[in-house]
Design a protein. Sequence first.
Length: 700
Amino acid sequence: MPVTQVRAACPHDCPDTCAILVTVDNGVATEVKGDPEHPTTAGVLCTKVARYVERTYHPDRVLYPMRRVGRKGEGKFERIGWDEAIGEIATRLGAIAARDPEAILPYSYAGTMGLVQGDSMSLRFFNKLGASLLDRTICATAGATGYKYTIGASMGTDIEQFQDAKLILIWGGNPIASNLHFWMRVQEAKRRGATLVAIDPYRSLTAEKCHQHIALLPGTDAALALGMMHVLIAEDLIDQDYVARYTLGYDELKARALEWTPQRTAETCGITAAEVVDLARLYGQAARRGEGVAIRMNYGLQRVRGGGMAVRNIACLPALVGAWRHKAGGVQLSTSGSFPANRPALQRPDLLGGRTPRTINMTTIGDDLLQDASPEFGPKIEAVIVYNANPLAIAPESSKVQQGFERDDLFTVVLEHFYTDSADYADIVLPATTQLEHVDAHLAYGHLYMMANNAAIAPVGEAKPNTEFFRLLAARMGFDDPCFSETDDQLAAQAFDKKHERAIHFDWESLKQKGWQKLNMPDAPFAEGGFPTPSGKCEFYSSSMARDGLDPLPTYIPPYESAASNPELARKYPLAMISPPARNFLNSTFVNVQSLRATEGEPHLDIHPNDAARRGIAHGEMARIFNDRGSFVARARVTDKAREGLVVGLSIWWKKLASDGKNANEVTSQRLTDMGRAPTFYDTLVQVEKAAPSTRDETL
């Protein structure tokens, strides 16, 4: 059998969605590398995906259907056959559905971002069944909602234009770790003379390489944006022509912004008034010179109580100064709204048959699994089907999540590659294929290319694609609608709406051959307005927000947990904590890849020297981080990368691979954001103390 190269796409929850070439020798994948012809991938992969072969052939892969034989959480299983597994699952779900199908809950997110293996056949199945709906909020819905109110959709500056910008604000993100190909463009802009400013409570790897780092307090980004607006208006750095033609509500915004003096902003954000003034001038004056001024927001800044409003406020800035006129100007949070994904065809909501099942928020799964039946809540959750997710590691207030999955009366099925924290609590674990073993179609949220993933190798062991599991289960439960017989290629051929002007050239067979195809999009999408809002303008004033019971103007919503907003709690737990991604992990994916975990080392907590000294904690000692919700331990790194009053625990570790069997989500909250019903992971107060010697069995 000759050596071949197969075109694929990275499936993981990252803006880059890289084009990949997989080398296959005699049916075995031997190498993955970036496609050098793809304009954004440019032949480069991150350290994580570059090791994808290691992950695919990992000795700990789940290779066969397995049934639990020990206690929940022990991770003890026996091998069974696929037919037996499907039969048992169908019998259990059928009995529950006969009483009330809403007692069954799917739990999935972005273990794969694929339109086929993510949620196509799976949602067809759950819609036909009438199961509870899952509100998939765990990452981005707060920011996406605030952005949509303002801009109209998740659209913005094309990554391929950033190298021509003269000023780039990297706001709430660490692209060296989580958006590598954007960072490559930023480095090129820097070589061409661009100024880089990082706005982040933590001096990340990215912040260290920028010209300036503004270390504001967590949850105060909305206030900084308002302070910038104040200066831009007071110093007449507004593009009055752009504002008059293409925005709505400037006079009302002006009155609101003038309340936010540099001094008030500085006090709220924990920075200096000079930083507020200088940043606004830098931004406004560069735009006035006709230079590209671009903002790259990321989702870190929206994981607080006022996260949706923070994104909204920042999204107003480019329209105020006319930055959208320049192809290298504007803002990017996500490009996903540019893609005409044909989700109704893939997911078939018509199979609900007019039913409106209740919706369970994936962020509050800890509380929801512990809820008894009630008229307000509905039936008690009796079964959970987990795929493309690891709720035991990723969901907030983890101790409650664990209590829920420990329930003897909860039937849990987990589709997985490995025995994750969540798989250990399953009644049945099913082997899922990796990206090298199945077909998929992808959009991106950091560039503008439709992507194809071809299966490079046959499934390892008895692994099956998610789609095939749900086909088999649908057939066993008597669902005979023709849509349950569609192949993965047939599903992928429906991934994008060919009637839409941006994807009129979409053809699945052609895309499979090429690997990628750019959308039909202008270089500067809002140079002459045309925002996809109700008014067609950038909406500083949003009637939609007023109808939804929100302040229709940009405002500041303080955190739930901070010294300023909750001084009583802060006296007990005086340190703010954020838990951004570790460079070598992606959410909870890759944590079990030995080479990557060895590079990451162990769970760490970055703590400022003054905060460490007050607690008698030396660099390298174990620290206990705790609040009323729980605790975890990590090795202290005493460093001024964390501003005083802030601790940083890079995440997300599998709990069972941490020394105490816990991770940072022991202390995070299930409280939701101002809009979008999203989590508030970075809205957390804690105390830190020197840890007692570990009593956990280190062989675990």
